[in-house]
Design a protein around this ligand. Structure first.
Ligand SMILES: O=C(O)c1cc(=O)[nH]c(=O)n1[C@@H]1O[C@H](COP(=O)(O)O)[C@@H](O)[C@H]1O
Length: 231
């Protein structure tokens, strides 16, 4: 678990928008309500990698969510190529070879590698359809154990699994949870969900929230309410 001094750092806002200029205007509208942003596929493929050093230079933290997964050499060199952009977090899928390669590529700097265990849009039937025999909770626990063995810095899972993941990874590694919905928000494609307050009580370090903030009439107000719920 991290020592978070600014409670705003607990919230990571997913900048899942189409263009860099939309992302920049959203960051401006959110203002001092958030300190941590996530850049995922959509924005990264639209030139969003260039935003990483810009946000970092503005004193904001950046979670680069590229969910890397490939042969070890490609993952290791890919991670190495991203270090200088200055993200705080980078995701890979929680496969042992991939995780070990990402840790090698990270080197000794400040970048923290997070391993995505089982996507929060998956329920038991989705996991079975993808060929996994284990129940989701056991698959998350197994991957978390392998992540810790590989030297990974944190786990991405649902807050539903936070307590069991904590018992597997120990107190130091981070738990980062998407699939977060304030009470009454639309679930969209998320299936393993929790409210921000319940997630915090379950022992998470950071929550990731996209559409409930990006689609709101007043994104800053929603971000503030989420931070307050986790205080
Ligand atoms: O790695 C992630 O960030 C991630 C992992 C996961 O299991 N589930 C998940 O939703 N995410 C990301 O978290 C964000 C959630 O967005 P919303 O569902 O709009 O709040 C999206 O950017 C997803 O890509």
């Amino acid at each position: 678990m991290s020592t978070i001094t600014d409670p705003r750092d607990r919230l990571i806002v997913a900048l899942d928008v189409a263009t860099v200029s939309e992302a920049e205007s959203l960051v401006e509208r959110i203002g001092d309500a958030a300190t941590f942003y996530k850049i995922g596929y959509r924005l990264a493929y639209a030139g969003g990698l260039a935003l990483v050093p810009r946000l970092a230079a503005a004193g904001l933290k950046v979670f680069l969510d590229l969910k890397l997964h490939d042969i070890g050499n490609t993952v290791e060199e890919g991670v190495r190529a991203l270090v200088d952009l200055g993200p705080t977090f980078l995701t890979v899928h929680a496969y042992p070879q991939t995780m070990r390669a990402a840790v090698r590529g990270r080197g000794a700097g400040d970048l923290r590698i997070l391993a995505v265990t089982v996507l929060t849009s998956y329920d038991e039937a989705d996991a079975r359809e993808a060929g996994y025999a284990l129940p989701v909770s056991e698959l998350v626990a197994q991957r978390s154990r392998q992540a810790a063995e590989a030297g990974i810095d944190g786990i991405v899972c649902s807050a539903v699994e936070a307590a069991s993941v904590r018992s597997v990874i120990g107190p130091e590694r981070l738990i980062v949870t998407p699939g977060i919905r304030p009470a009454g928000s639309a679930l969209g494609d998320q299936k393993r969900v929790m409210t921000p307050g319940a997630a915090r009580r379950a022992g998470i370090d950071h929550v990731v929230v996209g559409r409930p903030i990006t689609g709101a009439a007043d994104p800053a107000a929603v971000a503030r309410a989420i931070v307050a719920e986790m205080a």
